[in-house]
Design a protein around this ligand. Structure first.
Ligand SMILES: [Zn+2]
Length: 209
């Protein structure tokens, strides 16, 4: 309903920060799953013996493909605690170019993007993250790597853009979406002729009270 996604029927939003969040709209509807937990891409296992994740599993994508994972790798390299902001500063100064910390993070961010493209086949994929937005060269490298790891047709037909909003905007949109789901007339009510014989397509937007 808002921002760069207005009017788009098939898009995904990948949010990279301390965690890895994904929202998907397919055929004009948010993909929610049974409990609203569909799209938990961050908790698929990419390293069977990897680091313990906040969810209790080991080696989740979230442990390796985030801004925090980048800072952790830089900390390991420098031998001291480095936060995301400082890691990005070191990057801007050119001190991390070619480093294992940067290369591994680029690799896993690309794996995350390729996974979204292969699983959900979005026409537009918005990505949001401090490392991704820090440098157009890095963003380009992530996309080159994601292309290698994606199904060709799905990748070629997908626009991948840096999101221009922020978490606050996203939170407000989420509240509006929730209210709309609770109180708006159902899709079937608004489009009685489009369901092929009167039956609603999928779940109506409104909940029954
Ligand atoms: Zn996890």
């Amino acid at each position: 309903m808002y921002g760069a996604a207005r009017g788009l029927d098939n898009f995904a939003m990948l949010d990279v920060s301390t965690g890895l969040g994904l929202g998907v709209v397919s055929a004009g509807r948010p993909v929610t799953g049974n409990n609203g937990l569909a799209g938990e891409l961050g908790h698929i296992t990419v390293d069977a013996r990897g680091l313990l994740c906040g969810c209790g599993n080991r080696g989740c994508l979230e442990t390796v493909a985030t801004d925090s994972a980048f800072a952790r790798r830089v900390s390991e390299t420098t031998g001291r605690q480095v936060e995301v902001a400082e890691a990005l500063e070191l990057l801007q100064r050119g001190q991390l170019l070619g480093s294992d910390a940067l290369e591994r993070t680029i690799e896993y961010l690309a794996i995350a993007i390729a996974a979204v493209i292969n699983v959900f086949n979005p026409a537009t994929l918005f990505v949001h993250g401090k490392l991704l937005g820090a440098d157009s060269m890095i963003f380009g490298r992530v996309l080159d790597e994601a292309k290698k790891r994606s199904l060709g047709v799905s990748f070629e037909d997908c626009r991948i853009l840096l999101a221009e909003g922020n978490k606050r905007v996203g939170a407000i949109a989420g509240v509006i979406q929730s209210l709309a789901e609770a109180w708006a007339p159902s899709w079937a009510d608004l489009h009685p002729g489009k369901s092929g014989g009167g039956a609603p397509i999928g779940k109506p937007l409104s909940k029954q009270f």
